[in-house]
Design a protein around this ligand. Structure first.
Ligand SMILES: [Zn+2]
Length: 254
């Protein structure tokens, strides 16, 4: 069976002399592993579409759950990401999150669009890198199956308070009254949210994809939002990523 998908390469393993396996995050088939024969051949027709972070159209033949490349049409290679070690290491962390969370045989057109937008921001380098990181972390995982309930206090349904609390492990918010009153919230990690911070979280979780990198926040909120997105990922996925550690080492060094 032949299928055509659009997708971005988020993993690559060499096989033999000239072939490789690619992990491709696609629009119509979710995350799939694809065999690319001759992907390393100079001048080979699949060379450009087989490089890390390449965005391309893939015509694949499918046998059972195995995919092999028939032909490719590169759309955009995000080649300039590799010009900055910060951007490149952050892109590797994004790729790890995608590989960890995404499943196959699912339609992820909208998320793929978002991933391309994030990689585009990384390549252009016009927005603060930790802003791109926080928006990616929160948007991607809320839309891949880990949507928190940020609409109102879980207990009394109040929509806004001077201070509210976000519990990453539960993905819930509480007003300060309920937070203090409830025994349930004790001994859990909680993050204080002022109205601005809560607004940022709601915006990234609930707004349309095209609005994702079009807002600005101060450095203070960028940092606080970033602490929350990292804590949320760690609490929900119950894992930590070496690529995140590497990214932080790189930032500390340069
Ligand atoms: Zn409440």
């Amino acid at each position: 069976m032949l299928i055509t998908v659009k997708g971005i390469v988020v993993g690559r393993r060499e096989v033999g002399e000239s072939g490789c396996f690619l992990d491709v995050f696609t629009d119509r088939a979710g995350l799939i592993e694809v065999m690319a024969h001759g992907a390393k051949k100079i001048g080979g027709s699949n060379l450009a579409a087989s490089s890390m972070f390449a965005y391309a159209e893939f015509c694949l033949s499918k046998k059972g759950t195995r995919y092999t490349i028939n032909s490719t049409r590169p759309i955009y290679t995000f080649h300039d990401i590799s010009k900055s070690i910060e951007a490149f290491s952050l892109a590797a962390y994004f790729a790890d999150i995608i590989k960890y969370c995404a499943t196959s045989e699912e339609d992820h057109s909208e998320l793929l669009r978002f991933v391309c937008m994030a990689f585009y921001q990384l390549e252009k380098g016009k927005r603060p890198i930790n802003f791109i990181k926080a928006v990616f972390e929160f948007r991607f995982i809320t839309h891949i199956g880990f949507m928190p309930d940020l609409r109102a206090c879980q207990e009394c349904a109040s929509y806004l308070d001077d201070v509210m609390y976000f519990l990453p492990s539960e993905g819930m918010i509480f007003c300060s009254n309920c937070y203090t009153k409830l025994a349930f919230t004790r001994n859990k990690d909680a993050y204080e949210l002022d109205p601005t911070l809560l607004h940022i979280m709601r915006y990234v979780a609930y707004s349309d994809t095209e609005k994702m990198f079009k807002f600005r926040i101060s450095e203070k909120y960028e940092q606080r939002f970033g602490e929350i997105t990292e804590a949320y990922i760690e609490a929900q996925l119950e894992t930590s990523f070496n690529t995140l550690k590497y990214y932080k080492d790189v930032l500390a060094e340069y």
